[in-house]
Design a protein around this ligand. Structure first.
Ligand code: MRU
Length: 358
């Protein structure tokens, strides 16, 4: 998508097979491209959230396996790389999905040819992710179009965290239907949840929408319920870090509260995700490991001061403790439907299997 009218993806590989990402920890104030040269670079980039968002984490990890194979090529290297990558972020299932897919192929390949094979798979995954998001956009657009046909006015879409192009390779999941609606001239306005503590909404989603010229308003995380009561939200679309085959959705902390408010106010609540985000092994969503991050993310906030300097300041009392669960789970009963590259389905095991099982 566009940044200052130039097209970018969140990860790309050039003709010399150098891998680049946008350092998302510096946005929205600095736009910096960095090269990932080694497995260690990839591990740091995922762990420090220079790249984040379930689909992008998966694709980046795939390139990480390639880099590991490029550096050395024994079984031990593969196992080591796998373990280190999986340990970076426990909740987003795409990480395991991508690594398992690559491992399955590489284990049957002569070690000398593994790097080339890993690169081919990583490139394919990257392309597939883009294609999935385009399809998600087409299917999700139909929901927006239907609301527009009745309302005949601006469609207000609420989204949480960043399930935009920065969280995927391109287009985003929750944002893809928004871009499709814009391209089809449907008037849209997006309520962007700030998404404390890391502010992926106010710092990343808002930045993306601004560069794409989409009308949007940043709201504190507690505002969504009020807007829904006042009829100011037509549809909620969020992303997912892991969706169980039973239809429970694990996503950025705060998603659950939005789903509750949506249910109480009859606002459609949809989740947009590639099928690679479906966890076919976990039946009980309580078993999903919820990442707990440093409490510093709560105590400190990064921003621009009045002199345009980027500063990190403490916003809580020095001795207060913080608790930082990064994700929560929304039970399937609160979800109107799942939008995947295969179509829209109910958040039920039957429908999920019907539409998405290979
Ligand atoms: O902690 P993050 O920033 O990686 O969390 C991202 C989210 O929760 C997104 O909503 C989710 O990954 C879906 S991305 C298309």
């Amino acid at each position: 998508m566009r940044v200052n009218n130039k097209s970018y993806k969140s990860i790309w590989i050039d003709d010399n097979e150098k891998i680049f990402i946008i350092d998302q920890t510096l946005l929205p104030f600095d736009f910096k491209i960095i090269e990932l040269k080694s497995l260690e670079d990839v591990i740091n980039a995922i762990g420090n959230m220079q790249v984040r968002g379930a689909p992008l984490i998966g694709v980046t990890a795939a390139f990480g396996i390639y880099l590991a194979m490029h550096q050395g090529n024994s079984n031990i290297d593969l196992d080591n790389a796998k373990k280190k990558l999986i340990a970076t972020r426990p909740t987003a299932i795409n990480l395991k999905w991508a690594i398992n897919q690559i491992e399955e192929v590489l284990l049957n390949i002569d070690p000398n040819h593994r790097a080339a094979a890993a690169l081919k798979i990583a490139k394919k995954m990257s392309l597939e992710d883009e294609k999935s998001n385009v399809k998600i956009g087409e299917f999700g657009y139909k929901l927006i179009e239907n609301i527009y046909k009745k309302k005949k006015g601006t469609i207000n879409i609420l989204t949480h965290c960043n399930a935009g192009w920065l969280a995927t390779v391109d287009w985003g999941t929750a944002t893809s239907p928004i871009y499709k609606a814009r391209d089809n001239k449907i008037p849209i306005h997006v309520w962007v949840d700030e998404t404390r503590p890391r502010n992926q909404g106010s710092q990343l989603t808002a930045w993306e929408l601004q560069h794409e010229g989409i009308d949007h308003t940043i709201i504190p995380d507690n505002t969504g319920g009020h807007l829904m009561q006042k009829g100011m939200v037509d549809i909620v679309i969020v992303g997912s870090d892991r969706t169980t085959f039973k239809g429970d959705v694990c996503n950025k902390i705060g998603t659950y509260l939005k789903a509750l408010a949506a249910k109480d106010n009859n606002v459609p609540f949809y989740v947009a995700l590639p099928s690679s985000t479906i966890d076919w092994e976990t039946e009980n969503s309580e078993k999903i490991i919820i990442e707990e991050r440093s409490e510093d993310e709560i105590h400190y906030i990064r921003g621009k001061d009045l002199n345009e300097n980027i500063v990190n300041i403490r916003i809580t009392p020095d001795k207060s403790r913080g608790s930082n669960f990064a994700f929560d789970t929304t039970p399937s009963k609160y979800i109107s439907g799942l939008i995947t590259e295969n179509g829209i389905c109910l958040a039920t095991e039957n429908d999920i299997r019907d539409k998405n099982a290979k």
